[in-house]
Write a protein that binds this ligand. Structure first.
Ligand SMILES: NC(=O)C1=CN([C@@H]2O[C@H](COP(=O)(O)OP(=O)(O)OC[C@H]3O[C@@H](n4cnc5c(N)ncnc54)[C@H](OP(=O)(O)O)[C@@H]3O)[C@@H](O)[C@H]2O)C=CC1
Ligand SMILES: O=CC(=O)O
Length: 324
């Protein structure tokens, strides 16, 4: 039986299937640089399946038999793709199956932040709702018919645009590396340079991958370009923004509010100032975390792993050149 490592998250029914075919070693919440059992298994493993395992040169040096790393996520900033490909090791991810779920989460954050739903939920539950009509200090801001700027008009960006256009009559601006004629046609989305998008949008939604180019893409200067009434939503990765600059922008009133699913450090530190702000709505990196979608992601990741370990081309190879 081939040995594989399952890391952090593989849904139970999928793990059970994998156990019928492979000698599976499951690890969760360990220090992958020092855990002796992990390092022992790593030396013999042919495949890794899981969530957010940092795969770098050091780990690869300890995994001489590795053939494939199958991420249970679409983002693959945890993988050193160049180094994997250099060594002829395949890497795969799970696009598409999570797109609608992540778009729902991002849109949920957007509405929750604009209409202050978590804050007012606490207001009701704390017994503070004592006059029939709430005061203007508890009013929110409209979502419908406003301008939404999407940075990263990829699969998820387009699913967000679809919701905004058809559900909320929003005007869509977008910024990507390349123009997207399909989004322009279907959602009347308008391509913008980043600065222009930041200046014109009521809601700015960041949904790019984390890459060397997007790391710190949104910082002090970008927050200052946004409207004072702007609401910033981050569904991408914590490091695509400079988090301290977001804290400063919120503290100085340079933007109105933020909805965040991702943080510079995860889990976020309990003393992070963002957690004390009423105008910040947070979720714990749950973009794709529904029972249905997590299962589909695990199933797709298992298909990728199976293909890679049986000499077939995996359906979601990140760097196709490794196959040539
Ligand atoms: N919060 C969560 O739980 C989740 C977060 N995510 C995050 O969302 C990301 C996007 O996923 P998905 O939509 O499937 O990916 P796609 O590859 O389909 O889309 C990514 C988009 O980002 C754009 N982009 C890349 N680099 C830049 C750049 N330097 N400047 C501007 N735009 C850029 C791409 O532009 P172009 O097409 O022109 O190259 C593309 O439009 C994931 O990589 C992950 O980090 C995903 C799932 C869940
Ligand atoms: O953050 C989740 C992902 O799939 O990427």
């Amino acid at each position: 039986m081939k040995k594989i490592i399952a890391y952090n998250r593989v849904e139970a029914p999928v793990l059970k299937e994998l156990q019928k075919k492979y000698d599976v070693h499951f690890f969760k919440n360990i220090d992958t640089g020092s855990d002796p059992e992990f390092l022992k298994q790593l030396h013999e493993t042919e495949g890794i399946i899981g969530l957010e395992l940092p795969v770098d040169q050091e780990l690869l040096d300890r995994a001489p038999n590795l053939k494939i790393v199958s991420n249970v996520s679409v983002g693959h900033n945890n993988l050193d793709i160049r180094e994997l490909s250099k060594r002829g090791i395949m890497a795969t991810n799970t696009p598409d199956v999570l797109t609608d779920t992540v778009a729902d989460t991002v849109f949920g954050l957007l509405i929750s932040t604009a209409r202050r739903i978590p804050e007012l939920d606490q207001f009701v539950k704390n017994g503070e709702w004592i006059t029939e009509a709430v005061e203007p200090e508890h009013f929110g801001t409209d979502v419908h018919h406003k301008t939404l700027g999407i940075i990263g008009m990829g699969r998820i960006g387009k699913a967000i645009a679809k919701r905004a256009h058809f559900g909320f009559d929003m005007n869509i601006l977008y910024h990507s590396r390349s123009r997207k004629p399909d989004a322009e046609e279907e959602f009347s989305a308008v391509y913008c340079k980043l600065d222009e998008l930041l200046k014109q949008s009521d809601f700015v939604c960041l949904i790019t991958p984390l890459t060397p180019e997007t790391e710190g893409l949104i910082g002090k200067q970008e927050f200052q370009l946004m409207k004072k009434s702007a609401i910033f939503i981050n569904g991408s990765r914590g490091k695509t923004i400079i988090e301290q600059d977001l804290i400063n922008a919120l503290q100085r009133g340079e933007i109105a509010a933020a909805g965040l699913d991702v943080f510079e450090n995860e889990p976020v530190e309990p003393d992070n100032p963002l957690l004390k702000m009423k105008n910040v709505v947070t979720t714990p990196h749950i973009g794709s975390s529904t029972h249905e979608t997590e299962l589909k992601m695990s199933q797709l990741a298992a298909r990728n792993l199976d293909a890679g370990l049986s000499g077939e081309k995996p359906p979601n190879l990140i760097d196709e050149s490794v196959w040539e």
